[in-house]
Structures are given as C-alpha cells and as structure tokens.
Design a protein around this ligand. Structure first.
Ligand SMILES: *[C@@H]1O[C@H](CO)[C@@H](O)[C@H](O)[C@H]1NC(C)=O
Ligand SMILES: *[C@@H]1O[C@H](CO)[C@@H](O)[C@H](O)[C@H]1NC(C)=O
Ligand SMILES: *[C@@H]1O[C@H](CO)[C@@H](O)[C@H](O)[C@H]1NC(C)=O
Ligand SMILES: *[C@@H]1O[C@H](CO)[C@@H](O)[C@H](O)[C@H]1NC(C)=O
Length: 437
C-alpha cells in the first residue's frame, strides 16, 4: 500500500530527468499495480470497511477519490422517514441501498421525532444530522453509500419523479425492474431522482442482511446524545456495583443485563392478533413469563443489575419491579433517577438512548417479534463477530442475547443471534421465531 504513494512521489521527482529514469519509474508503477492485485488476491474475504479502505489507500495515487464509489453529482431524494426508531433506521438503510443501486448520492433525509402513525402534520421532521453524525457516516460508509446535503445539487427545480407502484400487482420483481430502468439513460441523466409516495419502510426489499448491517455500522449518534446514553449506562453500573466502592475504571467492569420488555397494552393487543394471524403461539410473553425466563439464565453473577427498557406508559406500574428472583436487581428509568435525562428529548431520541443502553449491555434479552429487539441483536451479533467469535450460540460469550418469547435451555430464554447470511431483512423487520440458535 505504501508502495503506491512512494511511487507517486518518486514519479514527480523523476519527471525532469525523463530519459534516464523513466524506465525505473515505469517499473515502480508496474510493481505497485502488481502488488496491489496480489494484495487483493491474498485477502479476498476482507469485507466492508476494511476492503474499501484498502482500495482508497491503494488507489489514491492513480485516481482522484471520485473515480470510485458513488457518484457525487447525481442524487436520490426520498420522502420523510417515519414511525419507530427502528423502522426509521431500516427505512433509512433501504433508501441508502436504493441510492447505491442507482449509483447516486442520497440527499440527507428527514427523520421523524415523534411517533404518530396517522396524523402526518404531527410527524415533527428532524434532520438526520441532529441524531446521527453526518461526516462520520460518510467516512465510515465511504465507497459503499454516500449522503449529500441539499445544497449540493446545482439545480433542484427539475427532479425526475419516481413513482413506485403499489398494490398486489406491484411485485418485488417489477420494483427491481423499475429501479434497473431508472439506473439507465434517459432517466439516469437527470441530476435528481425524487421518489414520491410511500415511505421507504414500505418499499420492496432487494438486499441481504449484510448490506443493511453495513449501513447500520456507519450510524454514530451525535455527541450530545451519545453522552446522555453514557450517563444512563454509568448510572446503571453504579447501582450494580453494590456496597463496595469502586473507582470509575472498575465501574466499566460492572456487568448489567438489559431487558426490552414489551408488555404495554398496545403491544399486547397487536401481538395477540399477530399470534392468531400467523398461528404462532410464541409471540406474546406476559410479565410473569419474562420474569421467570430471565430468572433462569445460567451463569449470571449474583447480584446482577437489570435495566428494564419499557414504554414510558409503564413507568407508573410499580409491579414491574417486583417478582424477579433473588439476586436480580431491576431498575427502569424512574427508579434509576434518569427520567429527567429522557424527558428533555422527543420520542425518537429517547428511543435512541435506550437502544444504545441495550446494545452495550453484557447480556440482552428481548422479543424476537420486536423490530427494536431485532436490530439490537443484529448490532450485537456484528460486534460479536468483529471481536472474532463466529456465530456462537454459547451463553458465555460477550454480547450474548436471548429471546424471552421462546423457551430455551433449563426453561430460560432462548439464545439468539442474527443470521448475517440471510438474503433478506424480512425476518428482522417483521419478527420471527427462527433465531439461529
Ligand atoms: C458509480 O459510477 C462510477 C462512475 O461511473 C463508477 O466508477 C463506480 O464504480 C460506480 N459505483 C458503484 C457502486 O456502482
Ligand atoms: C434548472 O433546470 C430547469 C429545467 O431544466 C431550467 O429551466 C432552469 O433554467 C435551470 N435553472 C438553472 C439555474 O440552471
Ligand atoms: C396452527 O398450528 C397448529 C399446531 O402448530 C396446527 O395443529 C393447526 O392446524 C394450525 N392451524 C392453522 C389454521 O393453520
Ligand atoms: C454464515 O456463513 C458462514 C460462511 O459461509 C458460515 O460459517 C456461518 O456458519 C453462517 N452463519 C449462519 C448463522 O448461518
């Protein structure tokens, strides 16, 4: 890799004395090209970020950065992204992957700060970069997808409108054909393609789990929100450290379990309907079932602090905190004394903080029919794999996750990892009881 840049500098040094040294420079260029191909041959499995970084470094001296990756002068614009945090993340990634397929920069979309489903005017748009770091996104996703600002297009007056079809006849294949067609001239010559109509969560899906994971990896919370998540996590560890006093350094090592408890009334109605419709009886878990199963997870230290991620409507229900087995110390936002941190923010950001708390927990327990839980487990699976563990369902591993809605060993919750090889995100978007362990 260094060779390429070395060659560049020697090439410019050589240029005045062309006759004598041209041959040497030429040999160096050839050598650099060959070693680059050999390097890529030697590491065919390098994926995602590693791979594109290698290319950036290797190619820098031969082309400008724009010569590979996503075009910077063609744009895709999508409708405001709506619903829960995780539906929004999936919709955002789907918009990114659509832009990638069209080889276009995605104009930074608006997310929604509130959770109103029907009242469009209550959807409170919030700019993507108020929640996630814009520049960091582009640097982490460099060469894969690219976000642009609305100031980038030279002429916003005449976008081409892409109307996605709808109804039963609008199949996945037709949708894909349409995208292919729109990736070619004459439509491709338009500077902006604007998708109108349905929000991206409802678009057809054409990409494997790995592509989504690649986009999610580039989402880093803005500093302000990341700091709030750290405050909550530190507070959880403080209550977990017990009576012996520990220094800040030792605090990091106090483990905690996060339980994403979906037992609020809306969910219970929804999941009962889902159970009937899909003829699966493992979707709803009562509070008692969750408590019993979490109590049977093997290998937890005594005592262990539990963070209960629950809907705000449940914070008044003090029965949430009783009934856990001895040795488990349950806390929610209120009992932790961090409610005020959350109350400063709209729904989307509260949810993003809870998400972070769950992703970083030592053990996570959720519901495999919840999109929130599913994305938490996907990210934990990624972390587990990048730490070198390959698809382990053992309970001792770091980043262990469980689904409380499915019974596992010794009557506990079932171990859960995301199948990163899955050819579609469907299971993660809509829930499943097939959780790879
Ligand atoms: C996008 O287009 C550019 C220029 O035509 C090309 O070099 C690049 O490889 C394309 N990228 C993708 C991801 O298709
Ligand atoms: C933008 O594009 C439209 C339609 O092609 C054209 O009429 C208009 O003059 C353009 N505006 C600028 C500032 O180039
Ligand atoms: C639902 O599942 C049960 C057992 O899994 C089966 O016996 C029953 O026939 C199924 N009902 C329908 C309507 O598919
Ligand atoms: C995914 O694919 C890899 C390599 O093909 C394999 O080793 C791994 O077991 C697969 N994981 C799952 C969950 O199927």
């Amino acid at each position: 890799m260094d060779l390429a840049s070395h060659c560049k500098s020697s090439a410019s040094q050589c240029s005045p004395h062309l006759s004598s040294i041209t041959g040497k420079c030429f040999a160096l260029v050839v050598f650099a090209l060959i070693s680059r191909s050999l390097f890529l041959l030697a590491f065919p499995g390098i994926n995602g970020r590693g791979y594109s970084n290698v290319l950036v470094i290797a190619d820098r001296s031969f082309h400008s950065l724009d010569d590979f990756g996503i075009r910077r002068e063609k744009f895709l614009e999508v409708p405001q992204i709506v619903w829960g945090l995780n539906n929004q993340k999936i919709a955002f990634a789907r918009a990114c992957l659509t832009a990638r397929m069209l080889n276009r920069t995605l104009l930074m979309p608006s997310l929604s700060a509130s959770l109103f489903y029907k009242e469009i005017d209550l959807l409170q748009p919030i700019s993507f970069d108020k929640v996630f770091q814009f520049d960091k996104f582009n640097s982490l996703c460099s060469g894969f997808v690219r976000l642009g600002r609305y100031s980038e297009p030279s002429n916003r007056t005449a976008p081409f409108k892409l109307i996605k079809g709808s109804g039963r006849k609008w199949t996945v294949d037709r949708d894909l054909d349409q995208l292919r067609e729109f990736g070619r001239d004459p439509i491709d010559s338009h500077e902006i393609i604007r998708v109108v109509g349905k929000n991206p969560f409802l678009w057809h899906d054409h990409w494997p789990v790995n592509d989504y994971a690649r986009v999610f990896e580039c989402l880093a919370l803005v500093d302000e929100i990341a700091k709030e998540a750290n405050r909550v996590i530190n507070r959880i560890r403080e209550v977990g450290k017990g009576s012996e006093s520990k220094s800040i350094g030792e605090l990091e090592s106090v483990p905690y379990v996060a339980v994403h408890m979906r037992i609020e009334k809306d969910w219970m109605i929804h999941c009962k309907k889902l159970e009937q419709r899909s003829n699966i009886s493992q979707i709803c878990s009562s509070k008692d079932e969750i408590m019993a199963r979490v109590g049977r997870i093997l290998g937890l230290k005594n005592p262990t602090v539990l963070y209960l991620a629950v809907a705000n409507s449940l914070l008044e229900d003090s029965s949430l905190l009783t009934g856990w087995r001895d040795g488990l110390l349950p806390f929610e936002k209120k009992r932790l004394g961090v409610e005020a941190i959350y109350r400063k923010y709209p729904y989307l950001i509260q949810s993003a903080i809870d998400y972070e708390v769950c992703v970083r927990a030592d053990v996570f327990v959720g519901n495999s029919f919840s999109t929130f839980s599913s994305l938490v487990v996907l990210e934990r699976t990624q972390k587990m794999m990048s730490s070198g563990v390959r698809s382990s369902c053992g309970r001792e591993v770091r980043w262990a996750s469980y689904a409380y809605n499915i019974e596992g060993e010794s009557g506990g919750p079932k171990r859960w990892i995301t199948n990163m090889n899955d050819s579609s995100l469907r299971a993660v978007s809509y829930g499943t009881n097939d959780i790879s362990c």
